[in-house]
Ligand binder design. Structure first.
Ligand code: HEC
Length: 105
């Protein structure tokens, strides 16, 4: 009785642990954007950018194919604009961020 309860508990735990422990690329990308981009760019589907001159991230794909953004991000995005700091992202971070951006298209 106790044993079977334990076993069920354990199986339940095994089933939910991966979902908790491993956020998807989209979730990691969103967290990254929230931490690094959100103080200037709107990072969701609806809001306005906190910094008026920064395009909402959801609109970037209209100017750039998202995959070509990956290259820019790898080289360090630098727009020559004082308001936008230069970023250099690791390949993993780029993958995550692009996965998230694709969910906004
Ligand atoms: C300090 C404010 C600030 C932060 C933080 C910031 N940006 Fe920007 N970003 C801007 C501004 C302002 C522009 C518009 C620059 C322009 O049009 O010259 C911009 C433009 C861009 C562009 C378009 C460049 C172009 O040539 O049209 C991309 C792509 C971009 N940002 C991505 C990001 C990403 C990804 C992050 C987070 C990793 C980020 N930005 C963080 C202010 C910021």
């Amino acid at each position: 009785m106790l044993q079977s309860a334990l076993r069920h508990g354990l199986i339940g735990l095994l089933l939910i642990t991966p979902a908790l422990a491993a956020p998807t690329a989209e979730q990691r990308g969103k967290a990254f954007a929230r931490a690094n981009c959100a103080r200037c760019h709107a990072i969701d589907r609806v809001s306005k950018s906190p910094l008026g001159t920064a395009p909402p991230l959801r609109s970037l794909h209209r100017r750039y194919p998202i995959d070509s953004l990956g290259e820019a991000l790898a080289e360090g995005i630098y727009t020559g604009h004082d308001d936008m700091p230069a970023f250099e992202l690791s390949p993993g971070q780029i993958h995550d961020l692009l996965s998230y951006l694709k969910t906004l298209e």
